[in-house]
Write a protein that binds this ligand. Structure first.
Ligand SMILES: N[C@@H](CCC(=O)N[C@@H](CS)C(=O)NCC(=O)O)C(=O)O
Length: 222
């Protein structure tokens, strides 16, 4: 059985989790503390410490750089999901960079504002230290003060997706492709704390998001 090693609010983990649910296969979730990557380190034979990774029998699958989609492509091939059709290769690789940088830049900050509610107490010290070493002292307090700005920025950066979805049910055509799951993962991370809703003006995104929560591969089989 495929095992997903993750922690629940990670946007990139949510992407792979939803792909596995979409596929309709049985899979196992192993949650690790967000600041303890020893299991990942061990399984990858000291080659990776990020999440998510997956273990499928003897195969341990993980990313090789910031923009690789090794895990999603592995699942796509093994489970024949049609997430990376060749005609959309170029377009998808441009879109996922936008989603994972421009969109994620707003969404993770907005969710991190509520970190004390998400991160279990014993992990909070390491979590805060990790964030402050990466983004500077007091970064989360700063994001808290800037909350309106990040919300506005997210709303604006979602406009192109709202326009696309006015014309078609999914981001590239009439069925979900990888970028649909990618955007879904970032938005689920944004919604994780329960303090936010999707921007009111983005009605098409709201509907698409509702569909993406339950869509199944079998809905599209011939
Ligand atoms: N492009 C990677 C990004 C994964 C990523 O940034 N994961 C975060 C957690 S959300 C992580 O583990 N970062 C390294 C760290 O926290 O040390 C992917 O799609 O899996």
């Amino acid at each position: 059985m495929i095992e997903l090693i993750q922690f629940p609010w990670s946007p990139f983990c949510i992407v792979q989790r939803r792909i596995l649910e979409f596929a309709g296969v049985r899979f196992k979730i192993t949650n690790i503390p967000s600041q303890d990557r020893s299991l990942v380190w061990k399984l990858t034979k000291q080659r990776y410490y990020g999440v998510p990774i997956i273990k499928d029998g003897r195969n341990v699958v993980f990313e090789i750089n910031e923009d690789s989609q090794v895990i999603a492509k592995y699942l796509d091939e093994e489970l024949e999901l049609g997430l990376f059709p060749s005609q959309w290769r170029g377009v998808q690789s441009v879109l996922w960079r936008f989603i994972e940088n421009e969109i994620e830049g707003s969404t993770f900050r907005l969710n991190d504002i509520y970190w004390k509610e998400n991160v279990p107490a014993p992990e909070q010290l390491d979590f805060l230290r990790f964030k402050e070493r990466k983004f500077g002292r007091g970064c989360i307090d700063q994001w808290c003060k800037e909350q309106k700005f990040w919300l506005k920025q997210l709303e604006e950066r979602l406009i192109p997706f709202e326009i696309i979805l006015t014309h078609q049910p999914h981001l590239l055509d009439d069925r979900p492709r990888f970028v649909d799951f990618d955007l879904f993962g970032m938005l689920e991370n944004f919604l994780y704390s329960g303090h936010y809703q999707l921007p009111k003006r983005h009605k098409q995104i709201q509907e698409w998001h509702r569909r993406m929560q339950t869509v199944k591969h079998t809905d599209f089989s011939a």
